[in-house]
Design a protein around this ligand. Structure first.
Ligand code: NAD
Length: 424
């Protein structure tokens, strides 16, 4: 079979991890062998190498990817990541996780992901615009409002989406807002989208805390990653649930205060200073130390492969709510389960972003927009319903929440694939 990767425990390959997670569910579902072969691999992969004019007049060649994993349940949906370590296997894994995430939430989408190998922190705004526009142009042969709809991910934001939407629209000759989600509100974005992923994390933490009889008022929380997902999750867990945020971190390291950090002040500080380093009334800790702090809730909201077999036995949180995609390796999953640490898996915990992206796409298509209250209420309903479905399935089969979520997702995608049949 093509694209089979052996797991390397020293340097875990995200695609191999995604396939192992799928295999666990496929085995349990006794999935037909042909279906397994279809769902285990990505459907379509585009690699592009493209030139961008830099500010000093030189021309640099960048490499980017857009991968679609499955289109059985609808158009492909998934973010675009700018990072020096983007790789085809990472994008493949992220695309596959998007398929399952959309299926867990019953959104009428398949899964996709994109990425460009670049270091956006060392590029000017003009260079980033040039890179975004040319990348969009290169992948315009497979994206579109009814085929594949990008959104923001690591190091991309509403401005990136505005440039993507404009570039695609220029090709067509008229505006097509629904080609991307996560846009600024003024050009067809949705109320509530900027906070949606962090808000979704808060909703599933609330549900899990209720199930466990854990009072969130005063509960201690550590958040790794202080970007779109982490900073919002920290702010909302603090302001709406009364949690005590004892540590937050970014790519430069973490800050710790057992009496609590005000996440809004930390956000303004990091915006003004470029990082959290030196936040007043806090002591520095490493990202590694943050992950093993004694706390009620740990939210990994940075990159993948953060909780591995090397540190999982030292994780002392009661709940791990995966804001990031793929932060926990399968080996770590087993160790956490043995130690009674409950993991709310990424394909459920961080699904708030794609859910409000779905709302944005619907609003763009109908050219009629909802209020933030309506958006948040719809998001809450879908997150809660999906949480309960995942919990029930995992309890019924005596498996982890991750496997429970996979069982739901894989069976939904498998059913759609079977119903549609084989073409030609
Ligand atoms: P972002 O670029 O806004 O923020 C990333 C944060 O992680 C930054 O604070 C950065 O400094 C920090 N970081 C980077 N490398 C780190 C490291 N090695 N250690 C600690 N911190 C590090 O990105 P984001 O949109 O918040 O995405 C974060 C994670 O959430 C990713 O895994 C992404 O795939 C996932 N996710 C994002 C969304 C979304 O809507 N943006 C939705 C679902 C999942």
């Amino acid at each position: 079979m093509a694209q089979v990767l052996l797991p390397d425990t020293q340097n875990p390959n995200p695609y191999a991890i995604a396939q192992r997670q799928f295999d666990i569910a496929a085995d349990r579902l006794c999935l037909d062998d042909r279906l397994r072969q279809v769902l285990r691999v990505t459907k379509r992969e585009l690699t592009v190498h493209f030139p961008v004019k830099m500010d000093d007049g030189s021309v640099e060649i960048f490499t980017g990817y857009r991968v679609q994993h499955n289109l059985g349940r609808g158009p492909a949906k998934g973010g675009v990541r700018y990072h020096p370590e983007v790789s085809l296997d990472e994008v493949r894994a992220l695309a596959m996780w998007m398929t399952w995430k959309c299926a867990v939430l019953r959104l009428p989408f398949g899964g996709a992901k994109g990425g460009v190998v670049c270091d956006p922190k060392r590029m000017s705004r003009r260079e980033l615009e040039g890179l975004t526009r040319r990348f969009t142009s290169e992948i315009s042969i497979i994206i579109g409002p009814d085929s594949d709809i990008p959104a923001p991910d690591v190091n991309t934001d509403a401005q990136t989406m505005a440039w993507m939407m404009d570039t695609y629209s220029m090709h067509q000759g008229y505006s097509i807002p629904s080609v991307v989600t996560g846009k600024p509100i003024n050009i067809g974005g949705s109320e509530g989208r900027a906070d949606a992923t962090g808000r979704g994390v808060m909703y599933v933490v609330q549900e899990m805390a209720r199930e466990m009889g854990l009072a969130l008022e005063g509960a201690t929380v550590a958040v790794q990653g202080f970007g779109n997902v982490g900073s919002v999750a920290a702010r909302l867990l603090h302001s709406e649930c009364g949690c005590r945020i004892i540590a937050v971190s970014d790519h430069t390291g973490g800050v710790y205060n057992p009496h609590g950090i005000d996440p809004t002040e930390a956000y303004h500080y990091s915006r003004a200073n470029g990082s959290l380093r030196g936040l007043p009334d806090s002591e520095p800790i490493t990202n590694e130390e943050l992950l093993t702090l004694q706390c009620d809730v740990l939210v990994p909201a940075a990159l993948g492969n953060q909780i591995t077999e090397a540190n999982a036995s030292r994780v002392r949180a009661r709940i791990v709510a995966e804001g990031a995609n793929g932060p926990t390796t399968p080996e770590a999953d087993e160790i956490l389960a043995e130690n009674g640490v409950v993991v709310i898996p990424d394909i459920l915990a961080n699904a708030g972003g794609v859910t409000v992206s779905y709302f944005e796409w619907v609003q763009d298509k109908q050219a009629f927009f909802w209020t933030e209250e309506e958006i948040n209420a719809k998001l809450r309903l879908l997150m809660r319903q999906s949480f309960q479905e995942v919990l029930e399935r995992s309890r019924a089969e005596d498996v982890s929440m991750r496997t429970g979520a996979y069982l739901l997702a894989v069976s939904r995608v498998a059913e759609a694939t079977q119903l549609r049949g084989l073409y030609p």
